[in-house]
Design a protein around this ligand. Structure first.
Ligand code: ZN
Length: 238
């Protein structure tokens, strides 16, 4: 048994865990971003609805004022009716008053419609506002949880790296750099098992003589296809 090879196989286990934790760590900003995006969308919706409600209210007030003025005019016209001299003039004035009343009826209907739309939107607005307040509060707690998780993952990673450094202290520098280079170039997998003559790193068949050599774990044997180092384990648990 080559001791350095055995140690490197242990280091590989640590590196596999480090990689897993680093992937987990990288998820945190993605989760935070998604949360912030969701909140921003609700906030936008609330702001837009508020704007529309305000516009509807403004429009309603404008129409109410207009209606009041028109009603005032009709009153004046009605009070002047007795001053009219001819029947023709009288008929014309009546016609004008009728037309003004019809226009006012229309304006009143429009005011009611505006009120209805505004009421409906207000319900939506209140719902969205409540949701915003709720999600705002929740996301504060979620953010804290994600940050807490991030910190504990960081702790795990630094602990694993410490263990790795301790093990590596027993490995010659040239083997260390060979291992590290393989790790970087082969997706975080430098030491692999070999089973039934197949490299479990690249799943290529290796020559039978090489397989026999690799099974002994007496020396560094590399896969001819992917260059990963073999560390033979008969019954791999993990
Ligand atoms: Zn291979």
């Amino acid at each position: 048994m080559n001791e350095e090879l055995r140690i490197l196989s242990e280091v590989q286990k640590l590196d596999t865990k480090i990689l897993e934790n680093e992937r987990k760590r990288a998820q945190a900003p993605v989760r935070i971003e998604a949360m912030e995006k969701e909140l921003a969308e609700i906030r936008d919706k609330v702001a837009r609805e508020k704007e529309v409600i305000e516009e509807l209210e403004k429009e309603r007030k404008r129409k109410e004022k207009e209606l009041e003025a028109e009603k005032e005019k009709i009153k004046k016209s009605e009070s002047k009716l007795h001053e009219v001299k001819t029947n023709k003039e009288y008929q014309a004035s009546l016609k004008e008053i009728d037309a003004a009343r019809a226009a006012n009826d229309k304006t009143e209907e429009e005011i009611i419609l505006l009120m209805e739309r505004s009421e409906e939107l207000k319900k939506d607005y209140e719902k969205a506002s409540a949701l915003l307040a709720k999600r705002d509060k929740e996301s504060g707690a979620e953010l804290k949880a994600v940050e807490q998780e991030m910190r504990s993952v960081d702790d795990v990673i630094s602990q694993l790296k410490k263990e790795k450094a301790e093990l590596m202290a027993h490995v010659a520098a040239k083997h260390q750099s060979r291992y590290q280079m393989l790790l970087d170039r082969r997706g975080g997998v430098a030491v692999v098992n070999v089973k039934n003559g197949v490299c479990l790193g690249c799943f290529m068949n290796i020559p039978p003589q090489l397989f026999i050599e690799a099974m002994k774990n007496h020396q560094f044997v590399a896969c001819p296809s992917c260059n990963r180092l073999f560390y033979y384990v008969e019954n791999e648990q993990e």
